[in-house]
Write a protein that binds this ligand. Sequence first.
Ligand code: AHM
Ligand code: MG
Length: 336
Amino acid sequence: MAQRTLARYLIEEQRNKGVITGDLKFLIEVVSRACQAISIAIGKGGLGGVLGEAGSDNVQGEAQKKLDVLSNEILLDANEWGGHLAAMASEEMDLPFTIPHRYPQGEYLLLFDPLDGSSNIDVDVSIGTIFSVLKCPDGADLSTPEASEAAFLQPGAAQVAAGYAVYGPTTVLVLTVGDGVAVFTLDREQGSFVLTQENVQIPADTAEFAINMANMRHWEAPVQRYVAEMQQGREGPLGKDYNMRWVGSMVADVHRIVTRGGIFMYPMDAKVRNKGGKLRLMYEANPMAFLVEQAGGAASTGNRRILDIEPERLHQRVAVILGSKNEVARVVAYHA
Ligand code: AHM
Ligand code: MG
């Protein structure tokens, strides 16, 4: 049988299953091509002059890397002209990007973290792009970037697609259109994403956890308790030995969990409490929560399901605990 490329997978989701519209198919293909372009830019590294600081700060006051800025531009340029979008929002931009009047407007909203794991760019460790797609509400005011913000403030459960690309030893695109999770690997010679795994299922149990242990003293009691119990291993109340991994790129840590199970936590802690958490709801938590749930896992703040949160602001932050369902349930129970 012929290779199933992303294009073919999407045609099947549209034509045979009726899960997606033609415009959503086009949108995902455009995003995947932008991810290929980002992958090429990253691959040049020091040879392409793309490493290092951009000399600017983003809306969150974080120093931008050259590749943060470049990846953001690649995604904007690829998506502005196709007629499939009403507006875009990015972790790297203060306000939404409204589609210029010279192009037709579509019915979707695209949100992205153009390059996740910025601290890993210059040290040649896996980084990624995360994206989320919403329907633009009928009659939404898109007359100015400021006014258009309201259209984006929908709970994660309303997403019609989400995905991420990991730029690691291989470039992999992981996608959900609400019909399970599929994994595509970039064939660099052909220049196309090829389906390498379908109906991904995250094992319900795990013995692997991911958390930044340097923040331990700042965590709340339920997470303190859970991590302490895991560290007690076989001799402790959980009765098994755990292993720990922390890449520091959410995309890479979540991809490991999607591949072989595990639990990822960037919980509420005293250091980030005044910001609401570390990770961004709209660009990181929601798309990852949608993917993880579609793969049979769970995603919570500790107190509530992430996909149920009614966002108040575009750049809102949130505590994130996601992955293997039984372990997430345990941490949630410790919060109750
Ligand atoms: P970024 O989008 O600016 O790269 O920040 C998000 C990243 C996540 O990818 C990762 O899980 C987390 O920040 C790592 O944080 P820390 O450096 O505190 O371990
Ligand atoms: Mg990020």
